[in-house]
Design a protein around this ligand. Structure first.
Ligand code: NAP
Length: 358
């Protein structure tokens, strides 16, 4: 009986943690990875949990045949029972062609392989809440196209990928994590994106003389929700759901059911980073709106690139979107997999961020 899970993105921030958890469950894995990542994965084999050693399969999502050797393809056809697709180009700076090449076409190539698998039980596709684009309102797990537009190529490429998965005729499941931050227990993180951009800018400001007492502008009106979710929750949720048999066909929002606002996150971050000066509330939303107006947008993007912070994040801070996660909570609650509240673990994230700068 085919029993192997074929995983893409095993060398990534989320994928590496999912792999560890699946290995702890004793599941046989095949890890499709580009040559450099395959080398890195091989070097880690000894530090992985005991159990069946994963099979590392050289491949590349952007190649129509996934760059697989005929032998590896034949073996996957016979042995793989599920695909867990985490591999992607995750970067808000990406152009449309580049984003679609890996995220949309790559998904198309993987779906083609999945169709050949003799014992396919499920195609598990890791998407993102960014598929909601600039939608405001309640976005449900079953929703996809609600007429939204996309502030960045990454979100659009993942939206198109979801459309392919849903139309594939295969037994699929889709998972949409929020903006993934470090581990809620240790603060450990791999990359400085999402809210870390704000931490980085504030840490830069702190280098100015007298910064601890400096008056700080804070949002007066910005209660847009900041949909952060820790990587340990996301990886635990994925391992739990992937390791569960049918039913196929569901979409799961892996988000914080009680998200805090951007304003609250920012005020807490100021405290944790040691800014003790007066707070000056200002209607930041107005500024954000101005920065995204057609006349300003190119300038905002160029300024963002110069600072290493994608302006493409700003439109998300203008959307009043809430992600319903009833299906995910019902599926994960009984297994004890719950997203912790951000304000409980934010001090650990900030402490780890601070430690990484020394
Ligand atoms: N991080 C987030 O905040 C977040 C939020 C929501 C959803 N997601 C989704 O979660 C998934 C994992 O994200 P992540 O944060 O773990 O990203 P990541 O750290 O950038 O990892 C991406 C993974 O994809 C692999 N990959 C990229 N291009 C490939 C190609 N052409 N062929 C084969 N493998 C390729 C990378 O391999 P290399 O090592 O070779 O580069 C890496 O293993 C993605 O689907 C992403 O869209 C992420």
């Amino acid at each position: 009986m085919p029993n192997t899970l074929l995983i893409t993105g095993a060398s990534g921030f989320i994928g590496s943690r999912v792999v560890r958890r699946l290995l702890e469950r004793g599941l046989p894995l095949a890890l499709l990875a580009r040559p450099a990542a395959a080398e890195r994965l091989r070097a880690q084999l000894d530090s992985w949990p005991a159990g069946p050693r994963p099979w590392i399969v050289p491949g590349d999502l952007v190649q129509p045949d996934l760059g697989l050797s005929p032998g590896d393809r034949a073996r996957l056809r016979a042995e793989a029972r599920a695909v867990v697709h985490l591999g992607a180009a995750y970067d808000l700076f990406l152009g449309q062609a580049e984003a679609e090449r890996t995220n949309t076409l790559g998904t198309r190539h993987l779906l083609a392989l999945a169709r050949e698998l003799e014992g396919l039980e499920a195609f598990h596709h890791v998407s993102t809440i960014a598929v909601s684009g600039d939608f405001s309102g309640l976005y449900r797990e079953a929703d996809l196209d609600l007429g939204q537009r996309f502030p960045h190529a990454y979100g659009r490429s993942k939206f198109l990928a979801e459309q392919l998965v849903r139309a594939s005729g295969l037994p699929w499941r889709i998972y949409r994590p929020g903006v993934v931050v470090g581990d809620s227990r240790t603060g450990e993180f791999d990359k400085l994106d999402g809210p870390y951009y704000a931490l980085r800018l504030l840490a830069g400001l702190r280098r100015l003389p007298g910064s601890a007492r400096m008056p700080m502008l804070v949002p007066r009106d910005d209660d847009a929700l900041f949909h952060l979710v820790p990587v340990d929750f996301v990886s635990a949720a994925l391992a739990e759901l992937v390791d569960r048999p049918a039913p196929a066909g569901g979409t799961f929002h892996l988000v914080d059911p009680q998200p805090v606002s951007f304003r609250r996150f920012y005020l807490e971050a100021l405290e944790l980073l040691g800014f003790r000066g007066p707070r000056i509330p200002r209607p930041v939303r107005r500024l954000f709106r101005l920065l995204t107006r057609p006349g300003f947008w190119q300038v905002s993007r160029a300024a963002g690139r110069a600072l290493g912070v994608p302006a493409e994040m700003i439109p998300h801070l203008l959307c009043d979107v809430r992600y319903d996660c009833a299906g995910a909570s019902a599926a994960l609650g009984p297994a004890g997999v719950r997203c912790p509240p951000l304000l409980d673990y934010l001090p650990r994230l900030v402490a780890r961020f601070e430690a990484s700068r020394t």
